[in-house]
Write a protein that binds this ligand. Structure first.
Ligand code: PXG
Length: 442
């Protein structure tokens, strides 16, 4: 028998919520019960402007008809097909669509179910690629301080966010980290890419000198670091990383789980910055966040290196039960169609300057110590309360929610990344609420 879930369930204890202050939340729960366009609706009937596209994923906004219809249709037509040694048309169609929108060298797509799985997949492909080419000494992986690459063991090993690492044992061996690129003294209040810090990429030469380039498999970075609190790559930095990787035969992986699918006004950050990695990880905006799905984009050079053994032999011992799941594939196709038909990446690009001005107008408000932006991304860094780090930004989050705006906070940094369908009036609404909250923040 069908039954309606009550708007606020009586018992919240069973669900151990991810990345959440569970006890705080369950004392005073914040529940969304529906969503449409740019707005969520709360269980107490209020509209909340989505300033974060969910968790950086609902790039097309909410309740988009093409996507919801595609999911329903696919569920009734072919709900599931085995992912290994069998196929179904939609996964191939989606892979081709991704190839067509990716920069030219990216001809192949490996499907996963999340950003974390995309990262594990890319790291494994990098290691295996070197091995199948007879360069099996290349086993070391290089990440970056403050990097976020999901929460699985490979991802937290190359990642650089201490709380995501320190509780979980010894992680992967053979991992080094580049320095992060946050230089507040030199770069505070920069609009777009900061001037200072390209030299930080030279640290890769130090790591190469320490281990020998022939022992390093891959470098993984977010072209623009999102989760850590929005750090832009300094001018020239990504170019330098690329050059040093090429010089030493090291693969460069761009983790585009956040930056892919229009967030910077282009298909991928790779297009935006004009720097070409060897592998690209994606998820989130691929299906508008509606159904879990990720994808790793690989160049022909990498893919073809695996295609040399006997034809009936499996080339890569890796994959997931739900790789290229039919419903996720249908959602992905409909999402890409929505982006195209509504011109959402173009909308993001054309609003980027208006967004930047609105964001930087918060300079000078109490506790604001830095503001950063690119495309439809913004960050406002607050000074922390002495002895209570994260509290000030979290207070801002709670107050914004009460006043009808969803923001994200990490540490004492507020991150903004609205659906790409946003318009100028909604940008004004967003910064009107946020500015009001910041003015009164203790
Ligand atoms: N790589 C990057 C660059 C990410 O930003 C992941 C991998 C992992 O994706 P999954 O799908 O496994 O969560 C991410 C995820 C936030 C926030 O508020 C960011 C993420 C997830 C949740 C919240 O900054 N990024």
């Amino acid at each position: 028998m069908a039954y309606d879930t009550p708007k606020v369930p009586n018992d919240l204890s069973a669900f151990w919520m991810p990345f959440t202050a569970n006890r705080q939340f369950k004392k005073n729960p914040r529940m969304f019960v529906s969503a449409d366009g740019m707005y969520y609706k709360t269980s107490d009937g209020r509209d909340v402007l989505d300033g974060t596209a969910g968790l950086w994923c609902c790039n097309a906004g909410h309740n988009r008809p093409l996507i919801t219809e595609a999911i329903a249709k696919q569920a009734s037509e072919l709900d599931y097909a085995p992912a290994f040694q069998m196929g179904h048309p939609k996964a191939f169609e989606l892979a081709s669509a991704l190839r067509d929108m990716a920069p030219e060298p990216f001809e192949h797509v490996f499907f996963t179910n999340s950003g974390s799985e995309s990262v594990e997949t890319a790291l494994k492909i990098a290691l295996a690629y070197h091995r199948v080419r007879g360069e099996g000494t290349r086993t070391r992986l290089i990440g970056r301080e403050r990097g976020y690459h999901g929460v699985n063991f490979g991802g937290i090993s190359v990642g650089g966010i201490v709380n995501n690492r320190k509780f979980f044992g010894s992680l992967l061996t053979g991992v080094d980290h580049l320095p992060h690129t946050h230089l507040p003294d030199e770069n505070a209040y920069t609009r777009g890419q900061p001037e200072h810090g390209a030299y930080l990429a030279d640290d890769l030469e130090r790591i190469v000198a320490l281990h020998g380039g022939e022992n390093i498999a891959a470098v993984i970075v977010e072209p623009m670091a999102g989760s850590t609190g929005v750090l832009m790559p300094p001018k020239g930095y990504l170019e330098k990383l690329r050059a040093i990787c090429t010089k030493h035969g090291i693969l460069l992986i761009f983790d585009e789980v956040i930056t892919g699918f229009g967030r910077l006004g282009s298909n991928f950050a790779t297009d935006h910055f004009g720097v070409m990695p060897d592998l690209i990880t994606t998820a989130k905006g691929l299906t508008n966040g509606v159904i879990p799905m990720g994808a790793v984009l690989a160049t022909s050079e990498i893919h073809d290196a695996f295609m040399s053994g006997p034809e009936e032999a499996i080339e890569l011992f890796h994959g997931y039960t739900y790789s290229g799941n039919p419903i996720a594939s249908a959602a992905g196709l409909a999402t890409l169609q929505t982006y195209r038909e509504d011109g959402l990446f173009e909308n993001a690009a054309s609003l980027a300057d208006y967004w930047e001005d609105a964001l930087h107008s918060l300079k000078g408000l109490p506790h604001v110590i830095d503001i950063r932006n690119m495309g439809l991304i913004g960050a406002i860094e607050l000074s922390g309360i002495e002895g209570a780090p994260t509290k000030r930004a979290f207070d801002a989050f709670l107050q914004c929610y009460d006043k009808g705006l969803l923001i994200r906070t990490t540490g004492d940094i507020i991150a903004l990344s609205p659906p790409l369908m946003i318009n100028k009036a909604q940008i004004d609404e967003l910064f009107g609420i946020l500015g009001g909250v910041l003015k009164g923040l203790k």
